[in-house]
Design a protein around this ligand. Structure first.
Ligand code: NI
Length: 203
């Protein structure tokens, strides 16, 4: 088991286009994926791309935690999934705005336009080709992670930078949380913990 350091915004590895993996069954890729999983487990986060652990290859690891799913949202918890050489195809032009955070931009969040329905094709560590059609939060997560493989961080996708804020001052998010019952539980917890909440939301 190895927990790896996370590259932060500004490091060149995050701007580089990651290299395709020639052999997904190479034990070195399995080791990389296991380290990425250990790192996520340690932090308590949902997804990570290899460039975020200073490895410029096309590997994504993620899961969907039951306690991150808001009540009433049709999303199933998902065990650890490793995707080698993932390729995303939008299944419709429909785009939604979704709040995102990133381990490589600690302390920040912002609202990002993402395709609502996508198909993702990838290889497993056993070298099998697989496809998954996903939507909403699940689709957003995968678009976010796969962007890392092309050197793209979420602020580069944002169309309204006024929603980019510190997690310690989640003003716009807090306003929205009042009227959005299906907000990601981790984001809701951030809003609840905002010290200035009462002062700014009661006026
Ligand atoms: Ni990220």
């Amino acid at each position: 088991m190895a927990i790896r350091q996370i590259a932060k915004m500004g490091h060149p590895v995050l701007r580089r286009k990651a290299a395709p993996v020639d052999d997904p069954t190479d034990p070195e890729i399995a080791r990389l994926a296991a380290d990425m999983q250990d790192t996520l487990e340690w932090i308590g986060a949902a997804g990570i791309a290899a460039p975020q652990v200073y490895d410029s290859r096309r590997v994504v690891v993620y899961r969907i935690l039951a306690d991150r799913i808001p009540s009433g949202v049709a999303l199933e918890p998902l065990p650890w999934t490793v995707m080698v050489n993932p390729v995303i195809t939008p299944l419709s032009e429909e785009v939604g705005l979704i709040w995102e955070r990133c381990l490589s931009l600690p302390g920040l969040h912002g609202k990002v336009p993402r395709y609502k329905r996508i198909e993702i094709a990838y290889q497993t560590l056993e070298g099998e080709s697989q496809r998954r059609a996903v939507e909403d939060w699940h689709a957003m997560l995968l678009q976010h992670e796969c962007d890392h493989l092309d050197g793209v961080l979420y602020p580069m996708r944002m169309t309204d930078l006024s929603t980019l804020a510190f997690n310690a001052e989640p003003g716009v998010l807090a306003e929205e949380a009042e009227t959005t019952p299906d907000l990601d539980m981790a984001l809701r917890a951030m809003v609840e913990a905002w010290p200035a909440r009462e002062k700014w939301l009661s006026s």
